[in-house]
Design a protein around this ligand. Structure first.
Ligand SMILES: [Zn+2]
Length: 445
């Protein structure tokens, strides 16, 4: 084994496969060079074995085991942190048949998990347009199709009204995507609610009164999951910087459609793991907490749990969600709507030194949970543009669509940011921020 050619990816990969079967890296044989580790990590997180890492599944558990073993072997004190994650999960393949025509899940229609109940429905189709004059009793027991969404359409209100009128199921036209985006948000839906493709809605709108059979095997429930935590003591114990990335994604659809979540967020996990590998080699002046979080996709549950029960008070957080969608790391989204956070400003400064533009855009990912608690937070991620934009939450978010070099650049920049964090400086600027706020407060009085 001494003359292994590390440049030969296939050799490394073959060896890797053995490790997938073993699940845990064999101790003392960490000979793979870091540049291959990153690709191997990414291959594992997006492999069929990981099956899309839906929180609460055995596949997500496999990934958690892997991440824990990696942190362990780097010398981190590592442990699982239990998190209960509410989410909507498909248990088998949905079916939609109108008359004699069967439609295909995820291509022609998709469940709106935040509004929809699971269930099996048969009923007559009723096509409803904006100016139709219908009596409330016309809706009772029918499967309603809205073939177009009028201006100012409000889905929540529409679903509420449909339930009140005894509608059996609701189908709403929603554009012409190649794949419908998958979500696992849960809600307290009472009837099945689906998005249907515009072309399918057009077809259905000529089928008024047709018999519709709809089966939506959607389960809403809370399952036990884990955050994966690794703690590395620094020279001083009174400042803890957390590096976080969510490892959960949306899982496979029953029946084979696969959501690998390469960009979202296998990319962020492998980046943070690579940064951890770099930083584990040196004595840091402060504590490092690496946290691979679960339950992001259905409501930031892992981040909320970490905030509620941190292994040490969180002094600052750097979260990474989505990197490698573009061929160059020329811009990174900062998880803040505006300036003011000292850590985010430091991050922007270092990014700009590397010619990378920071874009101040809020949004909802794990960084939002930390920001909302007032913890100094740098929420990093790429903002996919063009084609990359439409692959989010679809089966097209694969490893092949990622630019590895961009991820490597991300590792480099992130290592530099962490090494530049000065706990005293951060506290000072936090202090002056608070003073400024107080001053403004007095002034506005
Ligand atoms: Zn996502």
């Amino acid at each position: 084994m001494a003359h292994r050619r590390l440049g030969d990816w296939h050799a490394v990969h073959r060896r890797s496969r053995v490790r997938i079967r073993l699940r845990l890296p064999p101790p003392g044989r960490r000979v793979m060079k870091d540049q291959f580790r990153l690709e191997y990590d990414l291959a594992f997180l997006t492999s069929p074995a990981a099956a899309g890492r839906l929180s609460g599944t055995k596949d997500a558990r496999k990934v958690a085991d892997y991440l824990l073993a990696e942190l362990d072997s780097l010398g981190f004190d590592s442990a699982f942190q239990p998190v209960t994650v509410p989410a909507a999960r498909l248990t088998s393949t949905p079916r939609l048949i109108a008359g004699t025509q069967a439609f295909s899940p995820r291509r022609d229609f998709a469940e709106l998990t935040a509004f929809s109940a699971g269930g099996r429905v048969t009923g007559q189709l009723l096509v409803v347009r904006e100016d139709d004059l219908l009596r409330p009793e016309d809706f009772n027991g029918r499967v309603i199709l809205l073939p177009e969404r009028p201006q100012g359409f409000n889905l929540a209100e529409t679903v509420k009204t449909a339930v009140e009128m005894g509608v059996a199921a609701l189908l709403v036209e929603h554009g012409e995507p190649e794949w419908f985006h998958k979500t696992v948000y849960t809600g307290n839906g009472r009837i099945p609610v689906l998005r249907v493709k515009k072309s399918v809605a057009e077809k259905l709108s000529n089928m008024n009164d047709a018999n519709v059979e709809l089966e939506l095997p959607l389960q809403h429930g809370t399952l036990p999951c884990n955050n994966v935590l690794g703690f590395l003591h620094g020279a001083s114990d009174d400042f803890t910087l957390a590096l976080t990335a969510h490892y959960d994604h949306l899982g496979d659809d029953p029946g084979g459609v696969r959501f690998l979540g390469a960009f979202d967020n296998a990319s962020g996990v492998v980046t943070v793991l690579s940064v951890a590998r770099e930083l584990a080699k040196e004595k840091m002046p402060f504590n490092l907490l690496v946290a691979f979080l679960t339950g992001e996709e259905s409501g930031l549950w892992g981040a909320k749990q970490l905030i509620a029960n941190p292994p040490a008070p969180l002094s600052a957080v750097i979260n990474l969600d989505g990197i490698g969608s573009e061929s160059k790391l020329n811009a990174l989204r900062l998880g803040h709507r505006q300036r003011g956070d000292p850590l985010a400003e430091l991050g922007e400064e270092i990014l700009s030194k590397h010619g990378i533009q920071g874009q101040w855009v809020g949004g909802s990912d794990d960084s939002s949970a930390f920001i909302s608690k007032g913890i100094p937070t740098l929420g990093l991620g790429q903002q996919p543009t063009g084609q990359a934009r439409s692959v989010m939450h679809t089966p097209l978010d694969t490893r092949e669509s990622l630019y590895i070099e961009t991820i490597r650049d991300g590792v480099e920049v992130l290592v530099e940011i962490v090494k530049t964090v000065d706990p005293k400086g951060l506290r000072r600027s936090l202090g002056s921020q608070i003073q400024l706020k107080e001053k403004n407060h007095v002034h506005t009085k």
